[in-house]
Write a protein of this length. Structure first.
Length: 52
């Protein structure tokens, strides 16, 4: 995995809050991270995963 064990631990504890770090972690697990914004009832969805 391209994420160090210490970084994984910090992510899992919620100590890392940047979208880039969480997206890289999810990507390494084989998933993709998406962001969803609700603005006045209009839903905007975008990928936050690297290379997406």
């Amino acid at each position: 995995m391209g994420v160090s064990p210490g970084r994984v631990s910090r992510i899992e504890r919620g100590a890392v809050t940047t979208v880039d770090a969480i997206a890289a972690y999810v990507d390494e697990l084989g998933g993709k991270l998406e962001l969803l914004a609700d603005i006045g009832g209009h839903l905007l969805r975008t990928s936050a995963s690297p290379g997406a």
